[in-house]
Design a protein around this ligand. Structure first.
Ligand SMILES: [Zn+2]
Length: 112
């Protein structure tokens, strides 16, 4: 019985240990045992409470936000479903009922 993980790249089960690394003989992929390898370096986006946000989460807005280029305001407490995390200054892509597609900053929302 082996408890070695399958290769994250090609799903091969023939991985072996090499020091602090796992190695896949089939595709040559190497990754560290503690999961801190570069392959796992993903940008973490957090809400105003420090909770990690994920694509598909529902959040609520914690302050009134003016919608750029319009007179609309996203009111505090507005629920935003199915967010999508993106790169950039505004790191949440979403669609808000009555307003449409827009981008939010993660610091102005909280996970619900
Ligand atoms: Zn592999």
């Amino acid at each position: 019985m082996s408890d070695l993980p399958h290769c994250p790249q090609c799903a091969s089960e023939y991985t072996y240990e090499d020091g602090a690394m796992f190695v896949c003989p089939e595709c040559g992929h190497e990754w560290s045992k503690d999961g801190s390898g570069e392959e796992n370096e993903e940008k973490v986006i957090k809400d105003s409470n420090g909770n990690v946000l994920e694509t598909g989460d529902t959040v609520s807005v914690i302050k009134d936000l003016k919608v750029k280029g319009s007179s609309l305001v996203v009111k505090v407490g507005t629920k935003v479903k199915n967010i999508r995390l993106v790169d950039g200054d505004h790191d949440i892509d979403c669609k808000i009922d009555g307003i449409g597609a827009m981008k939010l900053k993660s610091q102005f929302v909280k996970k619900v």
